[in-house]
Design a protein around this ligand. Structure first.
Ligand SMILES: Cc1cc2nc3c(=O)[nH]c(=O)nc-3n(C[C@H](O)[C@H](O)[C@H](O)COP(=O)(O)OP(=O)(O)OC[C@H]3O[C@@H](n4cnc5c(N)ncnc54)[C@H](O)[C@@H]3O)c2cc1C
Length: 506
C-alpha cells in the first residue's frame, strides 16, 4: 500500500528538509506541460545530490510503494516538459544539484556528465577550454540536457547527431536500488580506464535498455565530442513547389549515402522555418478553425525569401575558400532541375530561420526555434515523430497524407524532415491554443489520425510525447511488450520508476 507521508518523511530525515518540496506552486509548476491532455501534477519533488542519494530515494520508494519520475533538466518541451507520465508520481529532479561536468578529456575527446548538464553549460565550458571540441546540440531549448536528450533518443544535425549512439558508458541506479555500471564500467576493480572510450565491451550491450524506458535512473554518462573544424560552411536551397520534396529527398540520399555532406540535411517547410519568427496572421480571422491559406503561406515566402521547402546542410574544412569545390558540387546537383534557389552561407547568416540551421551544424545552442511555440497563441505544442525511407516518392506521398490530415483538423502543417542516407525523421509540430478545449481536442485527434494513417503504411514513431506513449506501445507486437515488461520485472520488480513511461508498466 502506498505510504506517501512516510516516504516524504523518510527522505527529509535522510537527505534533509530541503531535499523535498511539496509546495502547491512547485507541484503545479512541475505538472505543467504543453500537451493537449492537460497538466499532470506530481505528489512532490525530491532533489538528490549524488548517486548514493538517488539510491536512498529509490529504496524508500520501494519500501513505501511510491512511484518516481526522474528528470534531468526537465526541458522536454513538446514531449512532456518535466511533468510525470501519470498524476501522482514523485518527480526526482536530478538536475538541480547533480549538474557537474565530471571530466572533459582533452586528448580523447569525451566528456563525462551528471544529469543536470545542459547544452548551454557544456558549450560554455568547451569554449572556456579553448573551443577545441564541439558538443552536438539540438535546435531545441539550450537549457535541455545532454543526458536527458540522449536517454530520450534525441538527435542533432552535425556528424555526431546520434546522441545516444555517441554516449559511452553509464552509471545507473536500477529500480531495485542496485548500482549498475555499463560497458567497461562493469570491471570490478573500480579502476575502469576504458569506461567512456569503448562502447562494445565484455558481455551484452546493456546501455540501450535505458533509452526510452523506465528501468533505472542514470546518474552519469560519457559523451563523445567532435573536434571543432577550422571552418564551417553551410548551403541552403529553397523551392516554391510543395512536391519538390521528392527531388530534394532523392538528392539528399545521393549526397548522404557516400557521406559527401557530413551533416544531416534539414529539409524544413515554410511554417517550420518562418513560423518560429512570426505569429499566425490568420489564426484570429478563423478563430483557429482553419489551416493557413496558400495566400498566407506565400506572404511568408515573400517576407523571409524562403519557399515551400528549404534544404540546409554544411561542410567542414580548413577554410571557407577550401570548400568552394564542394559547394559547387551541391549547387550543380540541386540546381539541375532549375527549381531551386541557392542561398549562400553568408546570406543565410542574416536570415534568422537559416541561422538556426547554421548554429545546429556548428554545435552552438540557440533558443530561436522555440518561437514555433508562439505561432498560435496558448502555448500548446506536441510533436509527432514518424519517419520515411530516404525515397522521394514515398516522402512526397507522406507529405500529401500529412497535409490533408492537418487541414482536416484545422491545424497548420509544420514539418522538418531530417535526412540521412537511408532514413529521414519527420519532425511534425502541432502547435495549438492550449486554453481552448476544442483546439486541444482537434490537436489530439490530428496526432492520433496521423499515427493511425502512417501505421497502416508500416511507419512507426521514433519518440513520443507522454500523452501518446501508451497509445504507441499498444501498436507493438505482444512479444515486444512482453520483453519490455519482462525486463522491467528484473530491474524494477516493484515497478517504482516512471510506471507508464513509454507504455511500460501501469
Ligand atoms: C522548438 C523545439 C525544438 C526542438 N528540437 C529538438 C531537436 O533538434 N532534437 C531533439 O532531440 N529534441 C528537440 N526538442 C525536444 C526537447 O526539448 C529536447 O529533446 C530536450 O533537450 C530534452 O529535454 P531534457 O534534456 O531537459 O530532458 P529531460 O526532461 O530531463 O528528460 C527527458 C526524459 O528522459 C527521462 N530521463 C531524463 N533523465 C533521466 C535519467 N537521468 N534517468 C532516467 N531517465 C531520465 C525522463 O523520463 C524525462 O522525462 C525540441 C523541442 C522544441 C520545443
Amino acid at each position: 500500500m502506498r505510504k506517501v507521508e512516510e516516504f516524504f518523511a523518510n527522505i527529509a530525515a535522510k537527505l534533509g528538509e530541503d531535499a523535498v518540496n511539496r509546495a502547491e506552486e512547485t507541484v503545479s509548476r512541475y505538472g505543467e506541460n504543453t500537451m493537449p491532455g492537460g497538466s499532470r501534477p506530481p505528489l512532490g519533488v525530491v532533489y538528490p545530490r549524488s548517486t548514493e542519494e538517488v539510491q536512498v530515494i529509490v529504496r524508500a520508494a520501494n519500501e513505501f510503494d511510491v512511484a518516481l519520475y526522474p528528470v534531468s533538466t526537465g526541458n522536454n518541451i513538446g514531449l512532456g516538459s518535466r511533468s510525470p507520465v501519470h498524476v501522482g508520481q514523485v518527480v526526482v529532479d536530478l538536475g538541480r544539484h547533480m549538474n557537474r561536468i565530471i571530466e572533459v578529456n582533452d586528448k580523447l575527446g569525451y566528456a563525462v556528465v551528471e544529469p543536470g548538464v545542459s547544452y548551454q553549460t557544456m558549450y560554455d565550458e568547451l569554449v572556456r577550454q579553448g573551443n577545441k571540441y564541439m558538443i552536438d546540440v539540438t535546435s531545441g531549448p539550450p537549457q535541455g540536457g545532454v543526458m536527458g536528450n540522449a536517454l530520450d533518443k534525441g538527435a542533432g544535425y552535425a556528424p555526431y547527431f546520434d546522441h545516444f549512439g555517441m554516449s559511452c558508458g553509464m552509471e545507473v541506479v536500477l529500480g531495485n536500488g542496485e548500482i549498475l555500471r555499463t560497458g567497461d564500467g562493469a570491471l570490478a576493480t573500480g579502476n575502469q580506464l576504458n569506461w567512456h572510450t569503448s562502447k562494445y565491451s565484455y558481455g551484452p550491450i546493456i546501455d540501450g535498455l535505458f533509452a526510452q524506458s523506465n528501468y533505472g535512473i542514470v546518474t552519469r554518462m560519457g559523451m563523445w565530442l567532435m573536434p571543432r573544424p577550422p571552418a564551417i560552411r553551410s548551403f541552403h536551397f529553397t523551392y516554391e513547389d510543395d512536391d519538390a520534396l521528392e527531388e530534394i529527398t532523392d538528392i539528399c540520399r545521393i549526397l548522404k549515402m557516400s557521406n559527401y555532406v557530413p551533416t544531416l540535411f534539414r529539409v524544413a517547410n515554410d511554417l517550420y522555418t518562418c513560423g518560429a519568427e512570426v505569429v499566425s496572421e490568420e489564426f484570429t480571422q478563423s478563430g483557429g478553425q482553419k489551416s493557413i491559406s496558400d495566400e498566407g503561406r506565400k506572404r511568408l515566402w515573400q517576407q523571409f525569401g524562403l519557399g515551400s521547402w528549404t534544404v540546409s546542410g554544411a561542410f567542414y574544412g580548413p577554410s571557407m575558400e577550401a570548400m568552394d569545390p564542394q559547394i559547387q558540387r551541391v549547387r550543380d546537383l540541386f540546381g539541375r532541375s532549375g527549381k531551386a534557389r541557392y542561398i549562400s552561407h553568408e546570406d543565410a547568416e542574416n536570415i534568422n530561420p537559416l541561422k538556426v540551421a547554421i548554429n545546429a551544424f556548428s554545435g552552438v545552442p540557440s533558443a530561436s526555434e522555440l518561437g514555433l511555440l508562439r505561432w498560435r497563441p496558448g502555448g500548446g505544442n506536441t510533436w509527432f515523430l514518424p519517419g520515411t525511407p530516404t525515397d522521394g516518392q514515398i516522402a512526397n506521398e507522406f507529405q500529401k497524407v500529412g497535409r490533408a490530415i492537418y487541414e482536416k483538423h484545422g491545424m497548420d502543417y509544420m514539418v522538418m524532415n531530417v535526412c540521412a542516407a537511408r532514413f529521414m525523421r519527420g519532425l511534425h509540430v502541432i502547435t495549438f491554443n492550449r486554453e481552448d478545449e476544442d483546439e486541444c481536442r482537434r490537436a489530439d485527434a490530428c496526432y492520433r489520425e496521423l499515427s493511425e494513417e502512417l501505421v497502416r503504411r508500416g511507419v512507426f514513431v521514433g519518440r513520443a510525447p507522454i500523452d501518446y506513449q501508451k497509445f504507441h506501445m499498444d501498436q507493438t507486437t505482444d512479444s515486444f511488450r512482453d520483453a519490455c515488461s519482462g525486463i522491467k520485472n528484473v530491474f524494477d520488480p516493484k515497478g517504482i520508476i516512471a510506471p507508464g513511461r513509454y507504455g511500460i508498466g501501469e
